[in-house]
Design a binder for this molecule. Structure first.
Ligand SMILES: Nc1ncnc2c1ncn2[C@@H]1O[C@H](COP(=O)(O)OP(=O)(O)OP(=O)(O)O)[C@@H](O)[C@H]1O
Length: 260
C-alpha cells in the first residue's frame, strides 16, 4: 500500500444466512465483492438506497462483523501501536437521540473514548478542545448537562466531539444528518468539512442522499444490492454519471434540490 492509503478493502463478501427467526425467504447477500480504497485526508462517500449494504460495510471496518471472504488492510495509521481498531476508527451514528447515553453528562460522554483508550485518567483539556472544535462553547455551559437538554443538532455535535477526542485516523459518519432539520444538517456538513480541511480528519461518509455526498465528498462510491456500481471523483459522478442507477439518483435529487 502506498503511504497515502489508510484502508484497502478487497473483494468483501458478507452474507446473512436465513435462519428460523429471519423474516427473509433466503440468504441476504449484503456485500457482494466490494473493493475500495480510503486515502489519508479524503472524504469518501458511500451512497445508495436502504438495504444496499452501507452499514454492513461500516460494521466490517469497525470490526463489529467479520467478512465471509475478502480482506480489509489498515496502513499508515498514526495510532498503529494500538492493535485494536476501535481507537483508530471512530463512528458517528445516524440518531443523535439514541446514540448518546441519557445517564451520562456531556463531559462523561466525550471523555469515554479517552478512558477506554488510556484507562481511568483523561485529559479534561482534550474534552474541552473537542467541544470547542464542534462549536459547543463556552464549554463550561455544556460539560455538566445531559443529552436530553440539548437539541438534535447539538447532540450530533456532542457525538462528533466524542468521535474526534482521541484523534482517530478515520471517522465513519453513518447517515449523520438524516434525522436533522435541513438547515441543521447543512451546519453539520460544514462542520465535518471544516474538520477535514483544518484537522485533516479522514471520513467515510455514508448516506442515501446524493446531494449531501456531492456537497462534501472528494470521491463517491455508489452502491446497489451489495455492489459498488460506480466510483469516481465528486465531479465525475455529478457531471458525468455512467451507471443508470447513479443517473436516476441524481435526477431525483435535482428534482428537489437546485444545488447539484
Ligand atoms: N444482522 C443481520 N441479519 C440479517 N440480515 C441483515 C443483518 N444486517 C443487515 N441485514 C440485511 O443486509 C442488507 C444490507 O443491510 P445494511 O444495513 O447494510 O443496508 P444499508 O444500506 O445500510 O441500509 P439503510 O440505509 O436502511 O441503513 C439488508 O437487506 C439487511 O436487511
Amino acid at each position: 500500500m502506498n503511504e497515502q492509503e489508510l484502508i484497502r478493502m478487497d473483494n468483501l463478501i458478507k452474507v446473512f444466512k436465513k435462519n428460523f427467526f429471519s423474516r427473509k425467504s433466503s440468504d441476504v447477500v449484503a456485500l457482494d465483492g466490494v473493493s475500495l480504497l480510503l486515502n489519508k485526508g479524503e472524504i469518501l462517500g458511500i451512497i445508495g438506497e436502504s438495504g444496499c449494504g452501507k452499514t454492513t460495510l461500516a460494521k466490517l471496518l469497525l470490526g463489529l462483523l467479520k467478512p465471509d471472504s475478502g480482506t480489509i488492510t489498515f496502513a499508515n495509521l498514526k495510532n498503529a501501536e494500538y492493535d485494536v481498531r476501535k481507537p483508530v476508527v471512530q463512528v458517528i451514528f445516524q440518531d443523535p437521540y439514541d446514540s448518546l447515553s441519557h445517564l451520562m453528562t456531556i463531559e462523561e460522554i466525550v471523555a469515554e473514548p479517552c478512558i477506554i483508550k488510556h484507562g481511568e485518567a483523561y485529559d479534561a483539556d482534550k474534552v474541552c478542545k473537542a467541544l470547542e472544535s464542534v462549536g459547543l462553547t463556552p464549554t463550561d455551559e455544556y460539560l455538566n448537562k445531559y443529552p436530553h437538554t440539548l437539541s438534535g443538532g447539538q447532540r450530533q455535535r456532542v457525538a462528533i466531539a466524542r468521535a474526534i477526542v482521541t484523534e482517530p485516523d478515520i471517522i465513519i459518519a453513518d447517515e449523520p444528518i438524516s434525522m436533522l432539520d435541513a438547515s441543521i444538517g447543512v451546519d453539520i456538513l460544514n462542520l465535518l468539512l471544516d474538520m477535514n480541511e483544518k484537522m485533516g480528519v479522514t471520513f467515510l461518509f455514508i448516506t442515501h442522499d446524493i446531494a449531501a455526498a456531492a456537497y462534501i465528498c472528494d470521491n463517491i462510491a455508489v452502491m446497489k444490492e451489495g455492489k459498488v456500481v460506480e466510483y469516481g471523483t465528486r465531479k465525475q459522478i455529478i457531471s458525468g454519471c455512467r451507471h443508470k442507477y447513479t443517473c436516476t439518483l441524481l435526477s431525483a435529487a435535482r428534482g428537489e434540490n437546485a444545488v447539484i
